[in-house]
Structure formats: structure tokens, C-alpha cells
Design a protein around this ligand. Structure first.
Ligand code: NDP
Length: 438
């Protein structure tokens, strides 16, 4: 652990998985042989590089780029790129570690990786974002390939950024290698339903948890934090399932709309204008009752709800927030973001009997659909939205059942955290044992 000093998020993610493994090694002591667990916790490769680029004022800017190729036991490294000023090696390592088990849970042949940069696309022109992406790919391309490492989007990396990255990869390699990036635009090899997949997937997973108690979204008040890719399509699917989403947020604050969020207005603000959350209440009008609470003046989890779906960023829901949510009657929490709930919050939810779906299972729909995009690229095919969503729903149902059944098998019924950690770990561990010491 000493070699990971200062990497708080990475240590948090590793600790959570290791805490689940006592029951596994009691049954399978051979997992302790040949330093298997230590090897799983160590990335296969970490690449850190300089990203120089020119801003619109002809000033040279320098950012730092990262790609952590964590584990390729199950297939080529697969995981998103995050562009956000908070990015550092510890954050990328935690995301790559989580991704390894998440990808194993999908049952698809994909290993785990993650990357990104401390570049902040907010407030940058399209031309600046393009120049940054081109410079970023000018180093990264040599480490990628459809059989080697296949990045996708994450915070700050959407269709625009993937387009610039793909264009530069194609130019540098002189290869139209569609399967080297996922989350591509629909005109050049992207998959229908990929954009929707993480939010839809978390909604399917959370509904499956509710259904184990004979319950559903129907008529429930739901809060979805964030207002990005994952959040928007969570709102869409929850509404389709009859839930009433009453609040969402961005880093400037949160909006509450007790009539249920107006999804087309939310999409207009976030996907078309790239605007801020305060605009929602203003555009909805004073008569509507919708209101905005500035960041610092309160947190979104103050708002009473029955289902909470944190979909912004890591450690955004603390023990204090969990206490409030439990007091207000929350019955289920599905993590759309990666590690959005602190360990204390998770403990409190589980002790209170709240159904808790950890991100590495609940938000696996995005990467699963990325693997479906790779399948379509490899077979030069293009599936309909319905076919892709049907496959996504099956995969989410399988992930849910696998976590649920693994938790039962290991004597912790209803503990989806242990179920996900154990089921994901066992798949990776078995492959690594087969390969010998590598
Ligand atoms: P986006 O960039 O599309 O949206 C992120 C949203 O979260 C924005 O509304 C952003 O607000 C908010 N946010 C980000 N950082 C912070 C912060 N530090 N404090 C408060 N709000 C913040 O990203 P995604 O929707 O793609 O990703 C959201 C989460 O889901 C991440 O944890 C990501 O790792 C995870 N995830 C994403 C997948 C995908 O397919 N996209 C797949 C699986 C997991 P603002 O714009 O103001 O910064």
C-alpha cells in the first residue's frame, strides 16, 4: 500500500473490494497463492504524458494525460477517458481498478483500463477542445488498438471529444479501425443506445433490486444527481418506468421540480446549449414552482425521495447525506456514477435495509453496450436501437442476478456490494490463475 501513498480514492476502492474477499479465500485458499490478490491490485501499465496545445489566444497550455491499463485478463483494456481538473493518477487508478471487476461482471470479453487528463473542457471553444484532443491522441494512439486498449467517454468526454480523438487516431495510423474507441457518433461506427446505456442500465438494475421486494419505480419520487450523460438517460428511463424524478444537479447547484423534471428542457440546456442548471428554473418560469439551490446552500440529498441515483462523481453522497435520505424514507439507491457513496454512507444504507446497488454492477450498462458497439464494428453490422436495448436489458438482468445469487451463496443475502465484488473478482482471478504468474 506504501507505493500508493496519497492515492486516497484508489485505496478506498481497493479496501472495499478486499473487505468482501474474506469469505472467498475461506472457500478458495488457493487465491492466496502466488500473490494473486497483490497482482490484481497492481496495474499492468501506467502511462503519464505531456499534452501541449495552443489556446485561442495563441498561448501554449500544458496538461497531463493518463492511461492506466489495469488488467487484461478478460480481454483488451476497456474504460473511459475523463477530462476534469480534478484528475490525477490516484483517481484514474481507482477508476481502472473498479472497471476491471465491472467489465468482468458483464460477462463480455473486456479487460479494465481508464484514462484522462486534468484538462477542463468547460468554457473552452470547440477549436480549443479539438486541438487538445488531437495533442492528447498524438501520444495515446501508440498504446491503443482494438485488440489492445479501447477507450470511451467519461466525465467531460462526450460525442464531440470522441469524434476529435477518433479523427486524430485515424489520421496518425492511416487505419479506419472503428473498434478502437467506443461512444462514437452514429455516422461513423457508433452504436444506437450507447449514449443512453449507462443511465438506462442503472435504471434496469435498480428496478430489479426493487422487484426482489415486490416493488417498482411506479409512483416513486426519485432523485438523480448530476445532469450529464448518465443522469439525463437515467431520468428518461425512470420516467418511462413511472417514477417521478424531482431533482437533478450540476457542480453549480441543484434544481427541484415537484411536477417531475421536464426532460426535453433538461436536454436542451445540457446537450444543446451546454448551459448551467440555474437556467432550468428560469426557463420553466416563476409560476412553475421549480427552484434552484446554489452549490454550498444545501445538497440535493436534502430533498425527500424514495429512490436515490447518484450519477455525478465519486464521494458525492456522504454518511450525513445517507442519514437524511434514510430518515426521509429512501428504499433503494442505485449508483450511476463510480463510487459516489462514501464507505460510511454505504454502511448506513445497508444497516437500514435500503437496497443498495454499487456502481461496478449498477452502471455497467455503458461499458457493456460499448462492447456491443465493438461487436457491431467487428462484424461490419449495425443493430437497431431495440435490439441493442434488449441485449442491454438482458445483460443488466444477468448482472443483477449474478450479484444477488453470489451474495446468497456467500452467506450475505441482499448484500449487492459483496455480491458484485466477489462475482467480478472470481472471474478475473480464475483467468489469472490459468495464465500462471504474469
Ligand atoms: P458528464 O461529464 O456527462 O456529466 C457529469 C455530471 O456530473 C455533470 O452534470 C457535472 O456537473 C457533474 N459533476 C462532475 N464532477 C462533479 C463534481 N466534482 N461536483 C459536482 N458535480 C460534478 O459525465 P458522465 O455522466 O459520463 O459521468 C458521470 C459519472 O458516471 C462518473 O462518475 C462516471 O465515471 C460514471 N460513469 C459514466 C459512464 C458513461 O457511460 N458515461 C459509464 C459508467 C460510469 P458540471 O458540468 O457542472 O461539472
Amino acid at each position: 500500500m506504501r507505493r500508493n501513498a496519497g492515492e486516497a480514492e484508489f485505496l478506498q476502492a481497493v479496501r472495499e473490494v478486499l473487505e468482501s474477499l474474506g469469505r472467498v479465500v475461506a472457500k478458495r485458499p488457493d487465491y492466496l497463492d502466488k500473490a494473486l490478490i497483490s497482482r490484481i491490485c497492481e496495474p499492468e501499465r501506467q502511462i503519464i504524458f505531456r499534452v501541449p496545445w495552443m489556446d485561442d489566444d495563441n498561448q501554449v497550455q500544458i496538461n497531463r494525460g493518463f492511461r492506466v491499463q489495469f488488467n487484461s485478463a478478460m480481454g483488451p483494456y476497456k474504460g473511459g477517458l475523463r477530462f476534469h481538473p480534478s484528475v490525477n493518477v490516484g483517481i484514474i487508478k481507482f477508476l481502472g481498478f473498479e472497471q476491471t471487476f465491472k467489465n468482468a461482471l458483464t460477462g463480455l470479453p473486456i479487460g479494465g483500463g481508464k484514462g484522462g487528463s486534468d484538462f477542463d473542457p468547460k468554457g473552452r471553444s470547440n477549436a480549443e477542445v479539438m486541438r487538445f484532443c488531437q495533442s492528447f491522441m498524438t501520444e495515446l494512439y501508440r498504446h491503443l488498438g482494438e485488440y489492445t486498449d479501447v477507450p470511451a467517454g467519461d466525465i467531460g468526454v462526450g460525442a464531440r471529444e470522441i469524434g476529435y480523438l477518433f479523427g486524430q487516431y485515424k489520421r496518425l495510423t492511416n487505419r479506419y479501425e472503428a473498434g478502437v474507441l467506443t461512444g462514437k457518433g452514429l455516422f461513423y461506427g457508433g452504436s444506437l443506445a450507447r449514449k443512453e446505456a449507462t443511465g438506462y442500465g442503472n435504471t434496469y438494475f435498480t428496478r430489479a433490486m426493487l422487484q426482489t421486494g415486490g416493488d417498482d419505480f411506479d409512483g416513486k419520487d426519485v432523485i438523480v444527481s448530476g445532469a450529464g450523460n448518465v443522469a439525463i438517460y437515467t431520468v428518461e428511463k425512470v420516467q418511462e418506468f413511472g417514477g417521478r424524478v424531482i431533482a437533478c444537479s450540476d457542480s453549480s447547484g441543484y434544481v427541484v421540480d415537484n411536477d417531475g423534471l421536464d426532460l426535453s428542457l433538461l436536454k436542451e440546456i445540457k446537450e444543446v446549449r451546454r448551459g448551467r442548471m440555474a437556467e432550468y428554473a428560469r426557463l420553466k418560469g416563476d409560476q412553475s414552482g421549480a427552484y434552484f439551490v446554489k452549490s454550498g446552500a444545501g445538497v440535493i440529498w436534502d430533498v425527500p425521495c424514495q429512490v436515490a441515483m447518484p450519477s455525478a462523481t465519486q464521494n458525492e453522497l456522504t454518511g450525513k447525506d445517507a442519514r437524511k435520505l434514510i430518515k426521509n424514507g429512501v428504499v433503494a439507491v442505485g449508483e450511476g456514477a463510480n463510487m459516489p457513496c462514501t464507505p460510511e454512507a454505504i454502511r448506513m444504507f445497508q444497516q437500514a435495509g435500503v437496497k443498495f446497488g454499487p456502481g461496478k454492477a449498477a452502471n455497467a450498462g455503458g461499458v457493456a453496450t460499448s462492447a456491443l458497439e465493438m461487436q457491431q464494428n467487428a462484424s461490419r453490422d449495425r443493430w437497431t436501437f431495440e435490439k441493442t436495448e434488449t441485449r442491454l436489458a438482458e445483460i443488466m438482468s444477468d448482472i443483477h442476478d449474478s450479484c444477488y445469487e453470489t451474495a446468497e451463496e456467500y452467506g450475505v443475502p441482499g448484500d449487492y456490494v459483496a455480491g458484485a465484488n466477489i462475482a467480478g473478482f472470481v472471474r478475473v482471478a480464475e483467468a489469472m490463475l490459468a495464465f500462471g504468474v504474469i
